[in-house]
Design a protein around this ligand. Sequence first.
Ligand code: UT7
Length: 348
Amino acid sequence: MAQSKIAGIGMYLPKNTLTNNDMTKYMDTSDEWIQERTGIKERRFADRTGETTATMGAEAAKMAIERAGTTTQDIDFIIFATLSPDYYFPGCGVLVQRALNMKDIGALDVRNQCSGFVYALSVADQFIRTGMYKNILVIGSEKHSFGLDMSTSGRNISVIFGDGAGAVVLQPTEKEGQGILSTHLHSDGNHAEILAMYNPGTHANHWAQEKLADFNDAEIADMFMSHAMVEKKQNFPYMNGPAVFKMAAIKFPEVINEALNKNGLKASDIDLLVPHQANLRISQFLENEMGLKDKVYNNIQKYGNTTAASIPIALCEAWQEGKVKEGDLICLAAFGSGFTWASALVRW
Ligand code: UT7
């Protein structure tokens, strides 16, 4: 059975840069607080009308396709990971298929938030291994800036998110030991409401009522989209930051070790760990905990947390800087909303 390799990688970042000081124009925060708690110095926000999750994904895809030595006509499947789609439905995959004038190939959307890219990569890997497809485009893209509470009440979330996109093209490889060695996917829905955007949605307060702002019967009657929902700011993401942080510190090492054990490898065999860029403090914790001094790639300082896009953007930038070389062992790891967490080991 063929293994799959990352044959091309690309990224797209909007030009519009907001520093931490820029954020203080909207909310009570400070450069000092943001840098100390998260490591973030600035982030990119997409153009309000000119850039969407799908258009940014398409730009990253073009770069990945060209670097893979292929054309848009060679791509035989699209997998698109995002939590901030252009439309509630249809998904962004079909919008990329249209934007890049691709053949009427399948387009699958993945909703696994911060773990979305690793989940998408895992699905693509299975299709390549079985021989079903030969050139799969995997995209992670987010336009968070359109749905953030930019007032002080949303500051714990709004200062961490940024916009951008990353993409890879997966192809089969015959080279022994090259490519994606294994992927590992997990979830625990008991924590679904700890990091979530509750509305618009169909739950009508069915789940975890103690965690959701209460709505009366009349409000629930026109629940999908209502004034009450907007007044209670439920159309913005909610996060219990400390609870997420604590679980991330447990699950990141666990899922990295799972991948290493599966392949009979040790942490010291890793040449570069590219974690989901959630918080520089989490990355630094991982570096110490796993004994990976100077082997953890971080660019959250420049781009913030771009959720499904953060791993492909970081991997692309590391590759462009010459930090990912043929034969290197690269570990991708993610943790986020769901909770979901995942890892992939790749021999470049
Ligand atoms: O990507 C998906 C996965 N996400 C993560 O892994 C994120 C994990 N969590 C985190 O990174 C951190 O929890 C945050 C960076 C989100 C928040 O940092 P924290 O150290 O956990 O802060 P906190 O939420 O416990 O808040 C501490 C204080 C509070 O004030 P009081 O109640 O102590 O007076 C907050 O109101 O900091 C305040 N605060 C802020 N102050 C200035 C929260 N956000 C801000 C802000 N600026 N932006």
